[in-house]
Ligand binder design. Structure first.
Ligand code: GLA
Length: 389
């Protein structure tokens, strides 16, 4: 029997103009459509963040932009003819414009004369120096060496770091991680220490992602500790990228993961959270909150205050409800949470955005029907303060 525990997170009264990052919830772009940028990465140019990821339906690269990491504008498909390109990442944003990803176990690179749009295939190669085919791609820009590195999970269970040459060609391997079955790599550098975050290999199902460290991009990589409590399975997600926000008061490191559905499909979501990094003790921990945000100017992270928590045992239980797994608020259209429950793996918390009226006047009903083993359990409902921006 599978028991799901639901925790409600109340974000904002309207879909447009979200105020917080709610990991694992459905995120909408500024047109009101579900954001479709999986296995992606984020870079900053000027005051703007750009998020590239693959479309769930055909793995063509999609680009979004934001100035607050919360509200994302869809800039559309980046390469009209390219499909089947998984985990795209932006490379060399200050030189010419490149997207690197995986296609048919090759490294595919796309090039464009412009940063936004017009990308077409440059090269499709196996990985030097050993001509490995590979699966997941990652990306890291080292400010000290002004170099982009492509991280790959080759066959033979080797995660390796390759240089990307100035001409955009895939360059030499500079280090690798052996001795475990890992994929979905990303690197973050804090206080001079390089941290390589990887997932285990369990397909679309989430697993405890690990961190390795090195004093140099050239390795060797040591460690292999958890970045979250094991039973949380990285909060139901798989690593894709680490973003560093250098603010005037604080540098904040952000874990970016995918909360895949059972087949990496369109109901997959995103889990982003700040990372607590202690470079001296080589510890990297996800600082999980069901809602949070970072001030992109100061780098300071904040959380909404919980206005009220309603415990499930105080709820009125009545009758049987029909539907798959729905939440009904007053006379609003039902919110179908079945797609969230079909996510691969076990999730202890499912954030849902609901529209409530002010005051003690709301009725929230939930219902689930399914096969014998299916059960929904509600632990409680938490209301968060709404942002007044
Ligand atoms: C792993 C990879 C994903 C995808 C699935 C397919 O989880 O990280 O990108 O390829 O395997 O099973």
């Amino acid at each position: 029997m599978k028991v799901f525990s639901l925790l409600w997170a109340y974000a904002a009264t309207s879909v447009l103009g979200a105020s917080w990052i709610a990991p694992g919830a459905v995120w909408y772009d500024t047109d009101g459509n579900k954001i479709d940028a999986h296995g992606g990465g984020v870079v900053k140019r000027g005051d703007t963040f750009y998020w590239v990821g693959h479309a769930a339906s055909n793995q063509t690269p999609n680009l979004y932009s934001s100035t607050d990491l919360i509200n994302w504008k869809n800039l559309g498909k980046q390469a009209s003819s390219v499909t089947g390109m998984w985990r795209p990442k932006i490379a060399k944003p200050n030189g010419s414009f490149w997207l690197f990803g995986q296609q048919d176990r090759y490294v595919l690179s796309l090039k464009s004369a412009n940063f936004v749009g017009g990308y077409s295939q440059s090269t499709k190669v196996h990985i030097p120096p050993n001509d490995y085919s590979y699966s997941d791609t990652g990306m890291f820009f080292d400010e000290d060496t002004e170099t982009w590195y492509l991280l790959t999970s080759a066959d033979h269970n080797i995660v390796q770091v390759n240089r990307i040459n100035k001409d955009g060609a895939l360059g030499d391997k500079v280090s690798d991680l052996r001795g475990g079955a890992y994929e979905a790599p990303g690197i973050v550098k804090a206080d001079g220490v390089y941290f390589l975050i990887v997932s285990g290999k369990t397909g679309w199902r989430a697993n405890p992602n690990k961190v390795f460290w090195s004093n140099s991009i050239n390795g060797p990589w040591s460690g292999g500790s958890d970045i979250a409590p094991q039973d949380q399975k990285t909060y139901g997600s798989q690593n894709t990228f680490e973003l560093t926000v250098k603010g005037s008061q604080k540098t904040t490191y952000i874990y970016m993961g995918d909360a895949w559905d059972s087949k990496g499909g369109a109901s997959s979501n995103y889990v982003w959270a700040p990372l607590n990094i202690n470079a001296g003790s080589h510890s990297v921990q996800i600082d999980y909150h069901s809602m949070w945000k970072v001030d992109v100017n100061t780098g300071v992270v904040s959380y909404p205050s919980t206005l009220k928590r309603y415990e499930a045992e105080h709820a009125v239980l009545s009758g049987r409800t029909a539907g798959e797994a729905h939440i009904f608020v007053n006379d609003e259209p039902p919110v179908n949470i079945s797609s969230l429950n079909s996510r691969a793996g076990y999730h202890t918390s499912t954030p849902v955005q609901l529209t409530l009226k002010p005051g003690d006047v709301n009725t929230i009903t939930f219902g689930a029907t399914g096969s014998d083993g299916f059960e929904v359990s509600v632990d409680g409902i938490e209301l968060f303060e709404e942002d007044e921006e």
